[in-house]
Structures are given as C-alpha cells and as structure tokens.
Design a protein around this ligand. Structure first.
Ligand SMILES: Cc1ncc(COP(=O)(O)O)c(C=O)c1O
Length: 377
C-alpha cells in the first residue's frame, strides 16, 4: 500500500541501548526484573490523576492474557457471565472464554459506540450477569467515574478492556483497567500489557496468576525453599525485560509521540468535516491520543466499496469490527442481552482510515481527497 493503514512507531535501536546494557549487566531477563518494575512504576505514576486513588500496575505479556488473568483474579466461579459489547476485537471474548467465563453480548451507544453504564443497567435487568467488561473501543475512553458508580450500585466487578486506549482511559477507584502495549498501540513495546487496579490485594492476585498462580508469600517454614504454593492455577503472562526495555524507551518519549497523534487527529477531524460531511466520526474527545481512526459511512455498500476503491488507490483501510462478535461462528451460540441493532449497523458501516504517528500531512490529505472523491461520485 502506498499509504498503509498502520505503521508502528517504536523507539529506535539507539534509544533502546541504555536499557539493553542494563539487562546485559544484570543478566536478569524475565521474572519481574528491574526494568519491568520500573515500567510498572512509571505507568502507575502516570495513571494517578489528581484526586483519584493510587493505582497498582501489573505487567503482562499482552492484553489478551491481561484480561484473562484480570477476570480470574476476581475469583468468580467457572461459568460466570461477563457482559461485553458485541462491537469489539475478538480478544475481549476469547479472554473471558479462556478464563472459564461466558461472554454475554450487548449493544453500544449509537454516538460513542461504547457500552455505557446505562446500557449495562438495562442488560442486567434482562440477563444474569456476574461481571462487566466495557471496552474503550477505538481508543475512546469509558467514563471511569460512571463505571465506578455502576460497580458500587450493582455490586458487579467491572474490568475495562482499554487495550487500545493508553493515554486516554482514566483508571477508576473500583474498576480494573487493562492496556495493551502491542506494536500498533499508542504506547508500544512490540508485545505487552498492563493491568491497573487501586486494590493492592487484587493486584497481587493478578501477579500470582500471571506467574502460573504461584504465591510466594504463602510459603511457610514447612515449604521454605520451594517454588511457592498455587492456590489457584494461573498461566505464564510475564513480560520480559526486553519488552520492558522497549516500553521504557517508549514512555521516555511519550510526550512528543502523543502530541503528534493529538495534532494529527485534530487535523484529520477538521479535514473530514470540511470535505466528507457524509462520513460520521465517533463522539470522542478531539484532543485524545488515538491509534485508530474509524469513520461511519452512510450504508454497508459504501463501506464495502470504500474498502475496495481506496485499496485500488493504494490506501489501506480496515473494516473494524465487521462482523460484530455475535456473528462469528465461534461466538454465535453465546447469550445476548437485548438487541444488538447498533452493533450490527456499525459493524457494516465503519471503516478505519490510515492513522499512525508517522502519517504525513500530505498522506492524510490524500486519504481525505480519495474518500471525498469516492463519496461524491
Ligand atoms: C479491544 C481489544 N482488546 C484486546 C486486545 C488484545 O490486545 P493484545 O494484542 O495486547 O493481546 C486488543 C488488541 O488490539 C483490542 O483491540
């Protein structure tokens, strides 16, 4: 593609060198080494907004496993039901299934394209639900204080799948937040993730579950010198020191890289508003840090044709998330709470345009010109 959909923007080799030298010196490559701890501390410190509770950050090898261990750490019985939007990436549902839980799909708000506490409140009045997993879809943040209030009122645990929303999604007092550090995300470590919670005991359980379920603090005089006790089986979701090195180098240049994304997003919105009024955008903060730029076209044929026509012009696009999860064979028999009309329509009409920190202004204008030409034809 002349103008690719996504171009990862990871730190250069020379920016990694100081961190790699530290790994050489320590010979500590994984298992919660000093770089992993430093990355966790850096992300936890940045997550503490004024007046909000301190966060405990636990690194994971990717957000899919992060979501899985975040659900396991809630301690709900197998077969518990997790409410989630049908308009999301497959990992939201697979994480729940792999944790032994059952996804329950529900609809999203027609403007923000998010599962909101109001939609969740209607859904739990119809279907049995044991936890809720809202998604910061396309990087648009969920309303953390509103989800805190929902968790308090309903008594249900809330785990926010904020995989694509690092830099946008605020962390709540009661809600758990999971970010991805995948190569295409705003803060990228090639692969990686972070689970944040204000609850220190919960965060400790997440850490044990990410380390096979081993709880070293449970070792007593009888078991001293052992590899620890497992009270709940976990998995290996540890982040390596090499990935933490990339994450730390990315965090060191976060201010510049996030400013670039903010400026690009603003310019894109302005250009589309002028040239493509038929293309509607997600109701989200124009000054956010995004890694995906979806637009809603007037109907499903336009979205399918735009993918083909822009592709012929060398412009990469993707129909995220088409179809919604309930239409995938693997998930088709899962329960649904209420209708999924908005998810179905958005699944057909959304198309993501090229958007990444390295996109030039010329290429952005070329994409807008191509879309305007297609929509006006
Ligand atoms: C909504 C959502 N959840 C989960 C994931 C999985 O993240 P990871 O690739 O870090 O496993 C993604 C990845 O793009 C995502 O978009």
């Amino acid at each position: 593609m002349k103008i690719p959909l996504l171009v990862p923007d990871l730190p250069a080799a020379e920016d990694l060198l100081p961190y790699l030298r530290r790994i050489d010196a320590s010979r500590w490559y994984t298992n919660f080494g000093p770089l992993v701890r430093e990355l966790e501390a850096g992300i936890a410190a940045r997550a503490c907004a004024v007046g909000r509770p301190a966060q405990h950050a636990v690194s994971v090898s990717n957000a899919s496993l992060g979501l899985e261990v975040a659900l396991l750490a809630l301690g709900l019985p197998p077969g518990s039901r997790v409410l989630m939007p049908a308009l999301t990436f497959v990992a939201t549902a697979t994480a729940a299934l792999r944790a032994g839980h059952v996804p329950v799909f529900c609809d999203v708000d027609p403007e923000t394209w998010l599962l909101t506490p109001e939609i969740a409140a209607r859904a739990i009045a119809q279907e049995r639900v044991d936890s809720v997993m809202p998604v910061s879809t396309y990087g648009c943040p969920c309303d953390a204080p509103a989800w805190d209030a929902f968790a308090r009122a309903s008594g249900l645990p809330v785990v926010i799948d904020a995989a694509g929303a690092y830099g946008n999604q605020a962390c709540g007092a009661r809600t758990v937040t999971v970010f991805s550090l995948h190569a295409t995300k705003s803060l990228a470590a090639a692969e990686g993730g972070m689970v944040l919670s204000a609850d220190a005991e919960y965060a400790a359980r997440v850490r044990h579950l990410s380390n096979f379920g081993i709880d070293l603090s449970a070792v007593d005089a009888q078991t001293a010198g052992s590899t620890g006790l497992v009270s709940r089986e976990g998995t290996n979701a540890k982040l390596s020191e090499y990935h933490a090195a990339i994450g730390l180098a990315a965090l060191a240049r976060w201010d510049a890289s996030s400013q670039r994304r903010i400026a690009l997003h603003r310019d894109y919105l302005a250009g589309l508003g002028r040239r493509c009024p038929q293309a509607r955008t997600q109701q989200r903060d124009a000054a956010g840090v995004y890694s995906i730029f979806p637009v809603r076209l007037p109907d499903s044929h336009k979205a399918a044709d735009a993918f083909r026509v822009l592709g012929q012009q060398g412009i990469g696009t993707r129909r995220w998330y088409c179809p919604p999860l309930n239409q995938h064979p693997a998930f088709a028999s899962l329960p649904v709470a209420g209708g999924l009309d908005v998810c179905a329509t958005l699944g057909e009409q959304l198309i993501a345009l090229p958007f990444h920190a390295l996109l030039s202004a010329d290429d952005m204008h070329a994409v807008i010109d191509a879309l305007a030409g297609f929509l006006d034809a």
